[in-house]
Design a protein around this ligand. Structure first.
Ligand SMILES: Cc1cc2nc3c(=O)[nH]c(=O)nc-3n(C[C@H](O)[C@H](O)[C@H](O)COP(=O)(O)O)c2cc1C
Length: 296
């Protein structure tokens, strides 16, 4: 999870018997990314596995360098999001790294399968962050029938019963984000973690004011104050084909800075990304206890 996941969380996840993943963008420089890879390799227990998430579209100007460093250092898997994973799959497979691709529909899932993806991550409409449009049952059910690669269900898992449900739809595994925000090890403020305890599924809204693409956030008084729709000026500029790209880039940059501030520092501008699965989050716990709660 952007801004949230770190080496401590992933190490504890591996120690608790699950795989963990960090977005490469959580590191400002390639040197920091390399150091995290080295640390995770040193911390990895027997049988453990960890991966990195790569945003593979043009918005990620560090993509090439990140892929290079990950392939040089090595890890168990890469999760691709927001774009074609073709180049990532080529390079990662040469380095012996598996590639799991985020998908939200059958068309794109078939494409990544054709490109050689090792698994499809079916991001449904209950996921935190940039969610999909289909229900877990629809999307996972459809993909597990139509693909020959494994399908991992992402979104809406807050307890063991949710995992069992996703497996019954045909998933081989689940990808879980939001329930781990309120972990001791997460790299965000206590206020953000506590908000995941205090708010529930009904408090999650979609906003266009972070990245330009709708994203789930907690409906704090600040989010209510600024609204969830793009501003009047943005919607006017967005109608202009030439300006559209620039408006999106500026919104992305402003939104990311605001989200980073809210996640890392005390501020009244509480734009906290989370999904409805925080419904089951009742206290801030170590990662190992969250894993135990999810699996027993
Ligand atoms: C705070 C937060 C940050 C996220 N950051 C990323 C990210 O950087 N890259 C990505 O591919 N998905 C990201 N996601 C989506 C997750 O990878 C995953 O699809 C989602 O958390 C699953 O839904 P859940 O939150 O209900 O478990 C993020 C989700 C959250 C809640």
């Amino acid at each position: 999870m952007f801004l949230v996941s770190n080496v401590a969380m992933v190490t504890e996840a591996m120690n608790a018997g699950i795989a963990g993943c960090i977005p490469a963008l959580n590191y400002r420089t390639l040197e920091e990314l390399r150091a995290a890879l080295k640390q995770l390799k040193a911390n990895k227990p027997e049988g453990g596995s960890f991966g990195f998430n790569l945003i593979v579209n043009k918005s990620n100007v560090k993509y090439k360098g990140q892929l290079e460093v990950i392939c040089e250092e090595g890890c168990d898997f890469i999760i691709t999001s927001l774009g074609s994973p073709e180049e990532t799959i080529k390079q990662a497979h040469k380095a012996g790294i598996k590639v799991f691709c985020d998908v939200v529909d059958l068309k794109f899932a078939k494409k990544v399968e054709g490109l050689g993806a090792d698994a499809a991550i079916a991001v449904n409409n209950e996921a935190g962050g940039h969610r999909g449009n289909m229900t877990p049952e629809e999307l996972t059910g459809l993909l597990s029938k139509e693909l020959s690669i494994p399908v991992i269900s992402a979104g809406g898992v807050g307890c063991k019963a949710d995992i069992d449900k996703m497996l019954s739809y045909g998933a081989e595994g689940v990808s879980v984000g939001s329930p781990f925000i309120a972990s001791i090890e997460a790299g965000v403020t206590d206020e953000y973690k506590q908000a995941c305890v205090d708010y529930g599924a009904d408090d999650i809204v979609m906003t266009e004011r972070i990245s330009g693409t709708p994203c789930t956030v907690i409906n704090t008084p600040y989010v209510q104050k600024i609204g969830t729709k793009q501003t009047w000026l943005e919607s006017v500029l967005n109608k202009n084909r030439k300006l559209k790209k620039w408006v999106k880039m500026i919104r992305f940059s402003i939104g990311m800075k605001a989200t980073e501030k809210a996640a890392k520092k005390a501020t009244y501008k509480t734009v906290w990304v989370a999904g409805p699965s925080i419904e089951h989050t009742k206290e801030i716990l170590p990662v190992k206890d969250i894993v135990a709660k999810l699996t027993t």
